[in-house]
Each structure stands twice: as structure tokens, then as C-alpha cells.
Design a protein around this ligand. Structure first.
Ligand code: F6R
Length: 612
């Protein structure tokens, strides 16, 4: 949701900023821009519509020279993706700002600033921030004080980076509701929305907290102030995933690389968390066992793909731990008058830990009170969600660059299974079912490799979808959320309209859509609902629908005209949702490649949705 980079260094910063923007492009890619303060004290700016490469082309003919600069890649919220609306925004010739987030009171502030003579040239909410900062700077002649007094007036979410010609040795950053990290270099300092943007220059980061304001000065000086303006100590964390995580390696797309990384990241997520036939209680923190014992209900809240992981977990928790569980999308939960049953644990699932709706839901739950505690299942240590939750369990997916989530989802499922097993164990001690699932989890990386071996067969199958406009995904039980996830992947990256239904619901309406132009994809593991599913598939075939079934190798389901069956290795029924996700990811990937869409950066989307 927009990417910010800033740099103060003794070397030229254009290259650092440009590389940072390329690495942040997954956050937004409809326009990009950069302002660099020249040695003569001028703020020079370049902006371009489209991807970062368009900005790069401009910079090739008109480089921005200087040792201090800010840059931005945009995902439009206010105003179309035009050069005029691209960041950085300026107030006159002296101040430039880049912003991520949404300023909710921008109309009021704009009217106030216009009345004071400030002239607006864009349709963005960010330009309000530029003029507001300029006004405050004119009062104090100090950029830090100007930012501190301006942010108090902003309602909504922001991460900003600001430069002013009056103080050519510093950049000021501030965050509330949108992520911002400081990169600590040797004699130089950086800002970015995500550490990935800066891995080419440092692996040492400060994750700014809500309300923090930071001053980066020449020689790498970093000063953090909390929301009350007091100097604050913030720990430096070393980024452990290495810079390789953000290169495509030998893969054509990040998405394909991330699909093929799943065995490895699932193994990393399991590492140190499995005992002999049970999940180690310390996986959830020192005091977790006593807390899990008091849980009577579970409320899961998440968005998008993470929500689908929560839906699978509901089946698991109710069946294996016997606890009533509710799952809801965060954007609905946060505006509902929620009734909290006694002993409810509030669980959020988020890859980024910065999703605005999920964070708002967590804060709503905290304000409302009545919950036993909050647990975040998250992929980014130090993210806002993790910091604001009582407990956390980190997935170990590593950086996920493809906008369509793949390895983050399967590691979330693994984490939720660990959580389910921990809940079961505090209730009934060790038992054979836990033993069985723990063994299946240990085998999981290998099972994933076997599942991914279907890649070639799925690639062949994908041509049947490339010309279609619609597709229907069916599943039952835990496979219903997997069908939802398959449909989401297909629509996200191939732009084919896809719907998912619990197969038993077909006859209550959607069957009317089925004809020879509607491919129907079904996920058919060898479980207790298999026979019911087969009957539902007959209903499809009888209406001329072409069936593509991903089935367990032991399921008796014959190939025939209009019925294509792809066999998956036999797998423990509890772990099956993780394995059946894989062919659906591969299918959407290959269909998108055939259609020639932008697989890693599909239109209209961005990763990490930090606005409401
Ligand atoms: C889809 C996708 C999104 C995210 C959703 C939540 O492929 O990636 O649906 O899952 O925006 O994001 P996180 O998990 O970061 O909270």
C-alpha cells in the first residue's frame, strides 16, 4: 500500500532510493517519484506514471544528484494515478513529503490551508500534509518540531518522510497506522516501509512504534521521539532472512519461486515446535500453557487469504480441541457490536502484521474488553500486530514478494495446526491423534515436494482455462476454504471471475451457472465427505459442466469425457488442506502466465493493505 524510501548518506542517494523503490514495488505500482536535495540546496524532483522502471527511464536522462532524498511508489487512494498525483508532494520549492496511508480529515485541513493561501495542485490527501508541514515549519524554523506539531492534527493513518531545504542535513520520518522502519548504516541512515527495500545497504533495523517521529541526520545519526515528543530508545534488530529472499533466483516470477519454497518454509515453521507426539507448549511463549487452559471460545479475525486460513482452523479447532470457534473478516468484525463469550481468546492471522482492518479489529477487541487475551499468527516479527498482541506465533515464510499470497498461507495453516494441537493437549494430555498429526507434520515438507511434482501436469491443464471468463471451485469441510482460496488466487492474477461454493450448496442456486463454458474445479481428498462430494460432481456433469478434480490417489474416480482427474499422494486427512492448496496455486499461476497478466503485481492490487 504505497512504498516509502528515504536516505541520508555521504554517497549519492539516487541509486539507493531507486533500488529501494524496485524492491517495494509489490506495495503499489501505479506511479513513482523521487526528490533529492542537491548540493546547491535545491529540492529536485522526478515523477512518472506506471511502474518504477518509468521513473528509472526519466532518471537516466535527468539524474537527481545529492546526498539526501525521499522516494515513493504509489497505490492510488485519493486521485487517479497521474504524474500530478504522484509523490513526493511539495509545498512551494522548499519542502517535499512522501506519504503512505490515508488522511481522513484532509477535506477540513485542505479548506483551512486554502483559506490561508496555500494552493493545491493534486487530488491527493498527501498534499495537505505537505502544506501543513510547511506552515508549521514557518512557525518554528525546525523540521522536527514542524512534523511533531503537524502529525497531531492528522486523523487517519500515515507513514511519512519529509525533507526541507532549510535543514539540508536531515530527513524526518513519522508513523501511525502505516509501517515505517529505520535502516542503520555505517555513517548513513535510511527509512523505508519495509526492511526489504534497504537490504542492499543494511541489515540493521529499528521498527518504529505507533506515534514515533524520527530524525535521520548526516553521519548516520538516528534520534527517535515517542508520541509525547520524548526521546525514546528503540532496539536495533538484525534482519535474518538475507538479501537472497528478494531475488527471483532461477524462477520466472516471485510467485512461482514462493510456491516452490513451501517445503522449506513449512519446515522452518515447524522447527523447534514439535516434541515426541505433541506440540511443545513453549512454542507460544512461557506463560501460554496456563492461558490456553482457560480458553473456552476462539474468535479468529483476518482478511483475504489469511481469513481462509482462519476458516480452515475453525474446522480443526472445533473437531480436535472441542472449542466453539468463530471466524470473521476484519472489516466486518471491527464495525459489529460483538458479544464476547466468557473465556474467549482473540486470534488474528496476518502475513504482514500491518493490515489496517486486522489491526483495527485487534484494537477494537482491546477497547471492548472481555477477551481473555490476544494471539497474533504473523510472518513479520516486530510488526504492529505482533507488538500489540499479548501472544504471538511467528510463521517462518520469509519475505513474500508476489502480491498473491502462497507460502504465507500454507505456513499460516501449519501455525494454526500447531495452535490446535496445543489447545487439544492442555485439555486432554497426549493421545494417538496428536501423535498421528505430529508425524504427518514431520512428513509435510516431503509431502509438499510430492504435491509440487504435479506442476507439469497442471501447466498442461491450464490451457483449458485461458479462454474462459468464469470458473467455479467446489470443496466440502476444510476443503471449502481451500476452494475459496483457489478461487481468490485465480481471480487475483488471471482476472478470471471465480467463485467458490461448499459443494453441497450447489443445488441451492449456483448450479444454474453450470454449462460447458463453466469449468468446475473440485478438491477431493479421501475423507468422510468424499461420497457426498462425488454426488455433487455428478450434478455438475449432468448439466454439461467440465470437471477438473484434484483427488487422492486412492479415491475411485474415473477419468471420462468432461472429467479430468489429477491424483495427489495419499495424505493424512488433517493435513490435506495444506497439500490441496498447492495444485490450486499452480493452476492459477499457469493460467495467468498463459493469459500474459502481470503475475507478481496484478492490476489494482497491492500487498500489505495498510489503508481501510
Ligand atoms: C491474497 C492476499 C490478500 C491478503 C490480505 C491480508 O493473495 O494476499 O488477500 O491475504 O490482504 O493480508 P495480511 O495477511 O498481510 O493481513
Amino acid at each position: 500500500m504505497c512504498g516509502i524510501v528515504g536516505a541520508v548518506a555521504s554517497r549519492q542517494v539516487q541509486g539507493i532510493l531507486l533500488e529501494g523503490l524496485k524492491r517495494l514495488e509489490y506495495r503499489g505500482y501505479d506511479s513513482a517519484g523521487m526528490s533529492v536535495l542537491s548540493d546547491e540546496g535545491r529540492l529536485n524532483r522526478q515523477r512518472a506514471v506506471g511502474k518504477v522502471v518509468a521513473l528509472e527511464e526519466k532518471l537516466e536522462t535527468a539524474a537527481l544528484k545529492g546526498h539526501l532524498g525521499i522516494a515513493h511508489t504509489r497505490w492510488a487512494t485519493h486521485g487517479r494515478p497521474t504524474e500530478q498525483n504522484a509523490h513526493p508532494h511539495q509545498s512551494g520549492e522548499s519542502l517535499a513529503v512522501v506519504h503512505n496511508g490515508i488522511i481522513e480529515n484532509y477535506e477540513t485541513l485542505k479548506a483551512e490551508l486554502e483559506a490561508q493561501g496555500y494552493v493545491f495542485t493534486s487530488e491527493t490527501d498527501t498534499e495537505v500534509v505537505a502544506h501543513l508541514l510547511a506552515r508549521e515549519y514557518n512557525k518554528s524554523q525546525d523540521l522536527l518540531s514542524a512534523v511533531q506539531s503537524a502529525v497531531i492534527m492528522l486523523k487517519g493513518a500515515y507513514a511519512i518522510a519529509v525533507a526541507h531545504v532549510g535543514q539540508p542535513d536531515q530527513i524526518i520520518g513519522a508513523r501511525k497506522g502505516s509501517p515505517l522502519v529505520v535502516g542503520a548504516g555505517i555513517g548513513e541512515a535510511f527509512l523505508a516501509s519495509d526492511p526489504l527495500a534497504l537490504l542492499q545497504v543494511t541489515d540493521r533495523f529499528i521498527y518504529l512504534q505507533e506515534g514515533d517521529v524520527v530524525r535521520l541526520s548526516q553521519e548516520g545519526m538516528i534520534e527517535v521521539f515517542d508520541y509525547e515528543g520524548q526521546s525514546a530508545e528503540r532496539a536495533i534488530t538484525v534482519f535474518e532472512h538475507g538479501d537472497g529472499a528478494i531475488s527471483k533466483g532461477n524462477y520466472r516470477h516471485f510467485m512461482l519461486k514462493e510456491i516452490h519454497e513451501q517445503a522449506q518454509v513449512v519446515a522452518a515453521t515447524l522447527e523447534g515446535r514439535l516434541g515426541e507426539g505433541h506440540v511443545l507448549p513453549r512454542a507460544f511463549g512461557a506463560d501460554a500453557e496456563a492461558l490456553l487452559d482457560r480458553v473456552k471460545h476462539i474468535q479468529i479475525v483476518a482478511c483475504g487469504t489469511s481469513y481462509h486460513a482462519g476458516m480452515v482452523a475453525r474446522y480443526w479447532i472445533e473437531k480436535l480441541a472441542g472449542l466453539p470457534t468463530q471466524v470473521e473478516v476484519a472489516s466486518e468484525y471491527r464495525y459489529r457490536d460483538v458479544v464476547v463469550p466468557d473465556g474467549t481468546l482473540f486470534v488474528t492471522l496476518s502475513q504482514s502484521g500491518e493490515t489496517a482492518d486486522t489491526l483495527a479489529a485487534l484494537r477494537y477487541a482491546a477497547d471492548k474488553g472481555g477477551y481473555l487475551a490476544s494471539l497474533a499468527i504473523c510472518n513479520v516479527p516486530g510488526s504492529t500486530l505482533v507488538r500489540e498482541s499479548d501472544l504471538s506465533l511467528m510463521t517462518q515464510a520469509g519475505p513474500e514478494i508476489g502480491v498473491a499470497s502462497t507460502k504465507a498461507f500454507t505456513t499460516q495453516l501449519v501455525a494454526m495446526m500447531l495452535f490446535t494441537l496445543a489447545l487439544r493437549r492442555v485439555r486432554q494430555g497426549d493421545d494417538p491423534i496428536q501423535h498421528q498429526i505430529v508425524n504427518a507434520l514431520r512428513q509435510l515438507p516431503q509431502s509438499i515436494q510430492q504435491g509440487l511434482a504435479l506442476d507439469g501436469a497442471i501447466e498442461k491443464l491450464s490451457s483449458a482455462f485461458a479462454e474462459k471468463h468464469h470458473a467455479l471451485f467446489l470443496g466440502r469441510g476444510t476443503m471449502f476454504p481451500i476452494a475459496l482460496e483457489g478461487a481468490l488466487k485465480l481471480k487475483e492474477i488471471s482476472y478470471i471471475h471465480a467463485e467458490a461454493y461448499p459443494a453441497g450448496e450447489l443445488k441451492h442456486g449456483p448450479l444454474a451457472l453450470v454449462d460447458s463454458e463453466m469449468p468446475v474445479i473440485a478438491v477431493a481428498p479421501n475423507d468422510e465427505l468424499l461420497e457426498k462430494l462425488k454426488a455433487n460432481l455428478q450434478e455438475v456433469r449432468a448439466r454439461g459442466g467440465e470437471l477438473f478434480v484434484f483427488a487422492d490417489e486412492n479415491v475411485s474416480l474415473a477419468e471420462s469425457e468432461g472429467v479430468h482427474v489429477l491424483r495427489l499422494p495419499a495424505i493424512d486427512e488433517y493435513i490435506a488442506p495444506i497439500i490441496y492448496t498447492l495444485p490450486l496455486q499452480l493452476l492459477s499461476y499457469h493460467v495467468a502466465v498463459l493469459k500474459g497478466t502481470d503475475v507478481d503485481q496484478p492490476r489494482n492490487l497491492a500487498k500489505s493493505v495498510t489503508v481501510e
